[in-house]
Design a protein around this ligand. Sequence first.
Ligand code: FES
Length: 154
Amino acid sequence: MLPAEAVSQINNTLEKYPDSRSALLPALYIAQRHVGHLPLDALHAVATLLDLPDAHVRGVASFHVMFRDSPGGRHLVQLCTNVSCMLAASSGLLDVLKEHFGLRPGATSPDNRFTLLEGECIGECEKVPAMLVDSDVHTGLTAESIIEILARYE
Ligand code: FES
């Protein structure tokens, strides 16, 4: 079951794509944004709206790391740990996140503010290290700036 607002946004999104398969990723984003994660009933609702097989929708949702099947923190932090970011010491930032926010990859902070994932390249390789917080891009991270940035998210 999806909130009416999510259904409306998915239907609007559908109009922008040539076929419903192309609209699947944005539809899953919308569903997750409204529900907080993607339980089976939300995946079924997306499949029904897009007239796609449930198995296809579940397969796509489970393949992509940014979709969660269980509740997480209020904000999803995806710290890029691909080659360029790793060379720019993003692994040291993982230590900072652990020390200051109690965050470990794949887990949620004790205050339920953040869920942390080690993410893939977000196309900001010239300004590494980089991360996504929800859909916000942050680049050129340092130990100091990552703390300052996350402090803005309640
Ligand atoms: S490798 Fe991190 S943004 Fe590209």
